[in-house]
Design a protein around this ligand. Structure first.
Ligand code: NDP
Length: 445
């Protein structure tokens, strides 16, 4: 049995109750076969066994008092997965679905994503099963304060620097930062995605969505094409989805869909982004409100159809994991899709991704195409350390260069290992090599 197979076997036994983590780790190890089989140095130091085991995991309770005076208790996690190339870096997710498997999958992906940015950041992730939806600002603040009172013991500007993710935006980061400062007395870059008045970076809010679109743009350029006249479907209507949509419009494409957990809208004229921003970012409302506010918009409830049924040239899944399955992939291909770029983390199931590759669709895995967010977080860390702030154009320019480099790095790695056009393998290989070399150089730790 090969080294990779032996590690996969043990992984499945040890993590049988962590399906998302198994899915992510299996995908990575499978695509590393070409590297691992070629060079025995990895097996000699049990590198894969170490890679799939987090350096440490914290799990803690978060007690807080709701507006009715009742004590609520949530469960929270921080997974510090790998610090070979820099301090742990990765977001915090607040969503009722959060569990250890999901946080481990996200932390594992983050190792390779962060490596691809070429910046000195290790992999980590955290979160809680707290649901900010329907809570008052006070309740969200009280939760964040309690959460940070515990998390704050394990993080720091040079050790572990969390950021936002699903359910954690500027409001939550502000409350978390305030509590960290209050507890420690330190005014340091311990979180990214901060407000602009207290150390945040211009263009961080836009970075993940913009970066996704830049990555796909560079691919289009490589085949002498561009966004002009292309129809695009986007899922989600949160941070990543909104700014991916904005950049597609700026580059001449037309986004015709968005989703939330209740349904999707199809607007053949092109999504009215000002209206979406008003509903989602200001009123914290639902997409059904968009369909009520604008004429000729189709609204399809969850269970009555999927956003991937819509005919488009490019699909950008930007909501959550496993939202695009094999049937969806078949529907997209049947309708002539040419490119699928992941804005979310692992939004495509393994079967969907395999099918898209088989059908020669240009498929960009999230760990490459959504790396612009964490890259810009690292730029925020640099600005904080240097006690300085850069203009929007400076940060956006650096982000664009990073995404261009990521495209060429995954494209190059896929070709070097005889898998041209397989950007899943390209991203895993390119991300892995730097981390693995750093781990080997640092000894058995
Ligand atoms: P937001 O919370 O801003 O938005 C999430 C969007 O996805 C919302 O429209 C939400 O709908 C929808 N959604 C979330 N969970 C589900 C679900 N289980 N089923 C259906 N719809 C769902 O999050 P972000 O935009 O920040 O993150 C989106 C994705 O991008 C995630 O996978 C995240 O890990 C990834 N990502 C984010 C980065 C960032 O910088 N923010 C960086 C890199 C990756 P509803 O409002 O109804 O819940």
């Amino acid at each position: 049995m090969s080294y990779v197979d032996r590690v996969l076997d043990t992984l499945k036994t040890k993590n049988a109750h962590e399906p998302e983590f198994l899915q992510a780790a299996t995908e990575v190890l499978e695509s590393l076969r070409v590297v691992i089989d070629r060079d025995k140095k990895y097996e000699e130091v049990s590198l894969l066994e170490r890679l799939v085991e987090p350096e440490r995991v914290f799990m803690f309770r978060v007690p807080w008092v709701d507006d009715a005076g009742k004590v609520q208790v949530n469960r929270a996690f921080r997974v510090q997965f790998n610090s070979a190339i820099g301090p742990y870096k990765g977001g915090l997710r607040f969503h009722p679905s959060v569990n250890l498997s999901i946080i481990k999958f996200l932390g594992f992906e983050q190792i390779f994503k962060n490596s691809l940015t070429t910046l000195p950041i290790g992999g980590g992730k955290g979160g809680s099963d707290f649901d900010p939806k329907g809570k008052s600002d006070f309740e969200v603040m009280k939760f964040c304060q309690s959460f940070m009172t515990e998390l704050g013991k394990y993080i720091g500007a040079d050790t572990d620097v969390p950021a936002g993710d699903i359910g954690v935006g500027g409001r939550e980061i502000g409350y978390l930062y305030g509590q960290y400062k209050r507890n420690t007395g330190l005014y340091e870059g311990v979180l990214t995605g901060k407000g602009l008045t207290f150390g945040g970076s211009l263009a961080r809010t836009e970075a993940t969505g913009y970066g996704l679109v830049y990555c796909v743009e560079e691919y289009l350029k490589s085949i002498s094409d561009d966004y002009k006249g292309k129809t695009v479907s986007v899922s989600g209507s949160g941070n990543v989805a909104i700014f991916a949509t904005e950049k597609v419009f700026q580059l001449g494409g037309k986004v015709v869909t968005m989703t939330d957990s209740n349904g999707y809208v199809y607007d053949s004229e092109g999504i009215d982004l000002d209206l979406i921003k008003e509903i989602k970012l200001v009123k914290r409302g639902r997409l059904s409100d968009y369909a009520k506010a604008k004429k000729n918009v189709k609204y399809v409830e969850v269970g009555k159809g999927k956003v991937w049924d819509v005919k488009v040239d490019i699909a950008l899944p930007c909501a959550t994991q496993n939202e695009l399955d094999l049937n969806d992939a078949k529907e997209l291909v049947k309708n002539g899709v040419k490119i699928v770029g992941e804005g979310a983390n692992m939004p495509s199931t393994q079967e969907a991704a395999d099918y898209l590759l088989e059908k020669k669709i240009a498929f960009f895995p999230g760990k490459a195409s959504n790396a612009g967010g964490v890259a810009t977080s690292a730029l925020e860390m640099s600005q904080n350390s240097g006690r300085t702030s850069w203009t929007f154009e400076e940060v956006d320019g650096k982000l664009k260069n990073i995404m261009i480099n990521i495209f060429h790095s995954i494209d190059g790695a896929s070709k070097e290992y005889g898998l041209p056009g397989n950007y899943i393998a390209g991203a895993n290989i390119a991300g892995f090599k730097k981390v693995a070399d750093a781990m080997i150089a640092q000894g058995i730790v």
